[in-house]
Design a protein around this ligand. Sequence first.
Ligand code: SF4
Length: 281
Amino acid sequence: MNKEIFLCAICNINSGTCNEDCKFCSQSVRYKADIERYKQKDMELILQEAKTAHANGALGFCLVTADKGLNEKALSFVCSIAEILTKEVPQLRLIACNGTATLEQLLTLKKAGIKAYNHNLETSKEFYPKICTTHPWDERYETCQNVNRAGLVLISGGIFGLGETHEDRVSMLESINSLNPTSVPINFYHHNEALELKPNPLSMDEALSLVELTREMLPNAERIMVAGGRELMFGERQNEIFSHGANSIVIGNYLTTSGREMSKDLQMLKSLGLNIAKAVQ
Ligand code: SF4
């Protein structure tokens, strides 16, 4: 297989403080999931995580906040981190993932050194009211449009295994495609017993066919990324995601769950003869 794999690491700069009710999310305060919760991660720790990500081949480094969207305090925190990381680890492409955002907020992030913004549609417009009642899907779509207007790179994907139908999956992918994202992260629901949502019903074969479907339905996206839930969903068959269309993965830990050691992913890529991407457009 002769293709390059783009590696990205994510950094939860505040955790578990969200008042929204997304039924798949252990960071909502409503479900009292047993996760680490904090308002602001220490800057030294963020810097250390960024350096580790870079040393392990990550090109993307995503600063994530758990909340519906940006407020003044969060915006200034993300901007100050972006300014420091731009100086200290300039090789990393900085991504922000801070929920709904206005055009003005996105332009402020861009000025601080953020290159891309991640905002997932999560699921179809039709199914969304079943998994979230505190904010509408349309707001998510509008934020993605704002990202495009701001001239930031758009990263937008969703999550499978929430109880959605095949039609919902197709509808979500069509909506994502209409936004013309550069990268499409797909997540597989990782059940937490504090959440009411039933465990992810997808089999490995079904999940692989969804990676393939995503690749087919987003022909212009540069990257199809398998993000959260990879280890749990694919187990020993993780290597198969690349032959089904994925060309990007998250390395290291996820927002509230542990990933596997970065070195294991690097070994997997090497054994498959896949190169790690050294630069992005
Ligand atoms: S808005 Fe984001 S952080 Fe908040 S509950 Fe929903 S998915 Fe979780």
